[in-house]
Design a protein around this ligand. Structure first.
Ligand SMILES: Nc1ncnc2c1ncn2[C@@H]1O[C@H](COP(=O)(O)OP(=O)(O)OP(=O)(O)O)[C@@H](O)[C@H]1O
Length: 192
């Protein structure tokens, strides 16, 4: 039976383990998936490659793409624009890959209003305390950033309770159990 090839939108609070989970998918199913590469107007940081980490574009080009309705979602942070282009998703899907999109809550809302047929998975923490522990354990955040992410996490968790938004909610408690749920959902045969 044919499997579902629609792009998978993965969302959930910062530090919940989204990256950890989809990196396992890449590792265990080489060449089956790709992460959607976003467009941005910010400049590349040292080590970042155009087309790999981001598609780096001038503001004018970005705005032109918005006008042409070329994005499934876009947002502005700190004076820079970020977005996921329809073309990026279409090109990767044509290559036979299942596109994974790591998108925050506002972006999820926009994609749901777009013409893209996608599947929606929300990754939830076992508790806010565990989430805080992971954010701190990762060692990448300042105290202010931890607090900001936890406040945003509460909003994301509230939104995840909205009926019909997500096709699957996975509680990332034991990593292997969570991975198995994600893997099975993605490889599920198409419903008749
Ligand atoms: N099931 C788990 N149990 C314990 N620790 C975990 C689990 N899953 C992930 N972690 C750890 O939690 C931390 C955050 O994970 P990760 O960076 O994947 O989160 P993220 O959701 O991708 O965050 P962001 O949105 O900020 O990129 C990492 O240090 C990771 O090793």
């Amino acid at each position: 039976m044919a499997t579902d090839r629609r792009p998978v939108v993965i969302s959930g609070p910062s530090g919940v383990g989204k990256g950890t989970l989809y990196n396992l998918l890449f590792e265990r199913h080489p060449d089956a998936f790709c992460l959607s590469v976003s467009h941005t107007t910010r400049g590349p940081r040292p080590g970042e490659e155009d087309g790999k980490h981001y598609h780096f574009v001038p503001m004018q080009d970005f705005e032109h793409l918005i006008a042409k309705d070329g994005f499934v979602e876009h947002a502005q942070f700190g004076g820079n624009r970020y977005g996921t282009s329809k073309m990026t998703i279409e090109e990767q899907t044509k290559k036979g890959r299942i596109v994974l999109l790591d998108i925050e809550m506002e972006g999820v809302k926009q994609i749901k209003n777009s013409s893209i047929a996608a599947r929606y998975v929300f990754i939830a923490p076992p508790s806010i305390e565990q989430l805080e522990k992971r954010l701190r354990g990762r060692g990448t955040e300042t105290e202010a950033s931890v607090q900001k992410r936890l406040a945003q996490a509460n909003k994301e968790l509230e939104y995840s309770q909205t009926l019909g938004v997500h096709d699957l909610i996975i509680v990332n408690d034991d990593l292997e159990t969570a991975y198995k749920q994600l893997d099975e959902f993605i490889h599920k045969p198409l419903e008749q």
